[in-house]
Design a protein around this ligand. Structure first.
Ligand SMILES: [Zn+2]
Length: 441
């Protein structure tokens, strides 16, 4: 049985004692029954905002947002009644829906020796590190993330959903389907694998359909991809496909939900995706920047170069990332979502990817915001739950000290974070604290 004391201890470990008062003032007096999600008491919260990006591309001025429990229950604009009293005065800031990162590896961390552990960490340190990754991601304004595959994410996802750990809402792929040519299995075996993931509680299916970033062929045949994405659809699950070059049109033709990365995609491939309604998640640079910044920590760990010089080819990938995005934004109707591929060293720095996309990828700031709000929610099939400041949706609300439409670096200055009606961060403007070593630049 989880007691409020245990909850306080967990928060204490994470160094957020100062926030517990605020969280508890919104939770029921009686601890919830075991396994039940903590839901805030039905106290009404009123937020005053002078500028709201609604998540769908509109800007609202002089707004009052009313929250009850976990949801937004009313929205008053300047012509409506002046509802009060105001609990959180966010005027002078930019208020928007909590961001959605469509592609993270929330459990990836550096180990005791400072080296990359990847997805394999099962020690106590790795578990605490994963909890810390979740916390810094939430503090950075990300209220929902999609974890593209690690069995160790499941208990973290469930602990956050039950309210025993603070963090973003997590959806996870559990074990990805790793393409290995014929060795992957027959179409029937692939279908059975997809059903196994569903039984294990996967929220989506992750598929590796291509080799390395710079070269490497398809690792699944068209027939195998067809089987994977068709079976997932039958099971009510979405499919996210790691694809480069020929694997991009193959995944699109197989009816998969979303293409990740996409290096080597031609304009025709991008147009095909737009035509078929396939979501596209290219990266603007955070992933490669993270590897280059942390070379020593990745050096010699599985899948990484064994010499520092071995990292040099990665520098060639950054301009390729930018060029692909610059072409992608020009394709009419192509639905580009926001995914960082956050690995060890990138957690809590997810918003840097917005800066890369806008500065180097030619993405309009408003489009960048929408890609991590309503479009990101739509791609997850959650548009009626999250991704916009709309009556009836979850109260996932953040505020930035600055206007990202004028200066995209404002995404580094997240001063307020509410998830499901619970306030996790409400920092004084200009004094944004550093969490677990991650802070604004
Ligand atoms: Zn990834």
């Amino acid at each position: 049985m989880r007691s409020p004391k245990a909850f306080l201890c967990i928060l204490g470990i994470l160094g957020v004692g100062a926030l517990t008062q605020r969280i508890f003032s919104q939770t029921p007096a009686q601890p919830p029954a075991k396994g039940k999600r903590i839901v805030p008491a039905q106290k009404r919260i009123v937020i005053a905002a002078s500028a709201v990006l609604d998540g769908k591309g509109r800007v609202l001025h002089n707004t009052r947002i009313v929250i009850e429990g976990s949801k937004i229950v009313a929205l008053y604009t300047k012509d409506g009644p002046k509802i009060g009293p105001v609990d959180y005065d966010l005027r002078g800031l930019t208020v928007l829906p909590g961001w959605i990162d469509a592609h993270v590896h929330i459990t990836w961390s550096f180990g005791k020796d400072g080296k990359n552990v990847g997805a394999g960490g099962t020690t106590q340190e790795a578990a605490y590190q994963a909890a810390s990754n979740a916390w810094v991601t939430l503090m950075a304004g990300f209220t929902t993330v999609q974890d593209l595959g690690s069995p160790t994410t499941v208990p973290l996802r469930d602990a956050i959903a039950q309210g025993t750990l603070p963090g973003p809402r997590i959806l996870t792929a559990i074990e990805p389907l790793a393409g290995r040519g014929d060795l992957t299995g027959t179409p029937d075996e692939i279908r059975a694998y997809v059903r196994k993931q569903k039984e294990a509680g996967a929220d989506l299916i992750k598929i590796f359909a291509a080799g390395g970033m710079l070269q490497g062929r398809m690792t699944l045949s068209q027939e195998q991809l067809n089987a994977a994405c068709d079976e997932a659809k039958k099971q009510g699950l979405r499919t996210l496909v790691h694809a480069y070059r020929d694997a991009v049109p193959a995944a699109t033709l197989a009816g998969c939900t979303q293409v990740e990365h996409g290096l080597g995609a031609t304009d025709d491939n991008l147009k095909l995706m737009a035509e078929k309604g396939t979501y596209f998640d290219p990266q603007g640079g955070l992933l490669i920047e993270t590897y280059l910044l942390n070379k020593e920590r990745y050096l010699g760990t599985p899948f990484f170069p064994t010499t520092l010089e071995g990292f040099a080819p990665m520098e060639k990938i950054l301009p390729m990332n930018h060029e692909l995005l610059q072409r992608a934004v020009k394709i009419p109707g192509l639905k580009i979502v926001f995914g960082t591929d956050a690995v060890a060293g990138a957690h809590g720095r997810n918003a840097e990817e917005f800066i890369d996309r806008v500065r180097d990828g030619g993405v309009e700031p408003m489009a960048a915001m929408v890609s991590a709000n309503s479009l990101g929610a739509e791609a997850m099939g959650m548009a009626d739950e999250i991704g916009s400041i709309t009556v009836g949706l979850e109260a996932d609300i953040i505020a930035l000290d600055g206007n990202p439409l004028k200066d995209i670096t404002a995404v580094r200055r997240v001063v307020f974070v509410m998830k499901g009606g619970v306030v996790y961060k409400n920092a004084a403007r200009g004094a944004i604290p550093v969490y677990a070593g991650v802070g604004p630049k």
